[in-house]
Design a protein around this ligand. Structure first.
Ligand code: IMP
Ligand code: MG
Length: 170
């Protein structure tokens, strides 16, 4: 595995990302974190948003589209319930990676069905060359090539989430 993005780079990018989110979202919104991959990113982003003067609420959804392999199964499934209290709320979906785009597209539809007034999408990493479903990303941390990544919450078959940096697996 090789280091792709180190923790200092992540910190710097997150500060700027939080600044643009705080500038573009209403101060009062709900961050919906796609578990489990986005939890480390979301924890850091939440605090960075607080520093920038935003007051986000926090909810989670759990989606699965990857099995234990490195390629998507193609089908998105949801485990667990739909967050309560989204009626009329401005929502920011926070995910780890936009790959085919299916998960974010699915999450967006789900949250509109749950009554959200507006749904914006944020991904730590964007792999535009892998996109199959055109999905409008509002906020992106880093744009990367078609490489399989791990660390900073992101797994390969449930391992490597603990790494403080983002690494590429060959
Ligand atoms: P999509 O629905 O194809 O956009 O897939 C998105 C999900 O697949 C992400 O939220 C990740 O959980 C997973 N995924 C995509 N690429 C990678 C990767 O490089 N490493 C680990 N998980 C990935
Ligand atoms: Mg995911």
């Amino acid at each position: 595995m090789r280091k792709l993005i180190d923790s200092a780079e992540i910190d710097i990018r997150l500060e700027a990302l939080a600044r643009s989110i705080a500038a573009e979202m209403p101060a009062d919104f709900t961050m919906v974190v796609v578990m489990k991959g986005a939890m480390v990113f979301a924890a850091d982003l939440l605090r960075a948003l607080g520093v920038e003067g935003a007051r986000p609420r926090l909810e989670t959804i759990q989606l699965a589209s990857y099995g234990d392999g490195k390629t998507s199964s193609g089908a998105v499934s949801q485990t667990g319930g739909v967050p309560p209290g989204l009626q009329g709320r401005h929502v920011l979906v926070v995910d780890d990676i936009a790959d085919s785009g299916r998960s974010l597209d699915w999450a967006r539809a789900l949250l509109f069905r749950a009554g959200a007034a507006d749904v914006r999408l944020c991904a730590l990493l964007d792999k535009p060359s892998r996109r199959e479903v055109p999905v409008p990303l509002d906020f992106v941390g880093f744009t990367i090539d078609d490489v399989f990544v791990v660390g900073y919450g992101i797994d390969y078959a449930e391992d490597y989430r603990y790494l403080p940096f983002i690494g590429a697996v060959d």
